[in-house]
Design a protein around this ligand. Structure first.
Ligand code: ZN
Ligand code: ZN
Length: 220
């Protein structure tokens, strides 16, 4: 089982502050991980504190792509977690990789690789904007977690489906219109930059979940 908590998003449930960007906290039986960091590190830490999440116990940080609204909280997270492992697409700027290496262990992602038991990167996907997504395999199926989904849902889901049946999709879906790819899924949790949120909700009302800060999902 994986527990996923949204700790940064454009939208927020009451008691939290929304801000453009995305970050999700993942708890497994083995460790805790963070996927993306939003853009305001202080706000990210505040949101985690309110959610009773120990922001200094994060073992691994996976950064989906090099956009300001996903990397902004890097300094705060690295400062709070000496020894953290940071997984970035290999195409990240050399200077940014250099800075991360000064404060953490940097792992450059090219091909798909297992990051933690049951958690795998799709590898670096896309042409213009390179991005990695995560595949969470619960043993009953896979859930795909995306930052902005710039490479397009088809590329991401094709890569992820090599590792098992896709039960759900979570994260920012940008302007993807590949709605037929969502049909077979049990869960569609869309947030952040999703342009066609209303359309997806209308097409799949029974499996749609609105992403906002504070949302917590147990993936089984
Ligand atoms: Zn982006
Ligand atoms: Zn974004």
């Amino acid at each position: 089982m994986f527990r996923l908590t949204i700790v940064y998003d454009n939208k927020a449930s009451k008691d939290f502050t929304g801000s453009w960007g995305f970050a999700a906290f993942i708890e497994t039986n083995f460790e805790t991980l963070l996927f993306d960091t939003g853009w305001d590190g202080q706000l990210l830490l505040e949101n985690m504190k309110k959610l009773n999440i120990d922001s200094s116990g994060i073992r691994r940080l996976i950064v989906s792509h090099q956009h300001w609204d996903h990397i902004g909280g890097l300094p705060e997270i690295l400062q709070a977690n000496p020894g953290i492992k940071v997984y970035v697409p290999a195409s990240f700027s050399e200077n940014l990789k250099k800075e991360i290496r000064k404060r953490a262990t940097l792992i450059e992602i090219r091909e798909s690789v297992e990051i933690s038991p049951g958690i795998r990167s799709t590898g670096e996907l896309g042409d213009k904007i390179k991005e990695q997504a995560l595949v969470l395999n619960t043993g009953n199926g896979c859930y795909v977690l995306t930052g902005c989904a710039h490479p397009g849902l088809a590329a991401i889901l094709d890569s992820a489906s090599r590792y098992g049946e896709i039960k759900g999709l979570l994260g920012g879906l940008h302007d993807s219109e590949e709605f037929e790819r969502l049909k077979e899924m049990d869960l569609i949790a869309a947030g952040h930059c999703t342009a066609h949120r209303e359309k997806i909700k209308e097409l799949f009302p029974e499996k749609f979940v609105e992403i906002e800060v504070g949302l917590c999902l147990d993936l089984e």
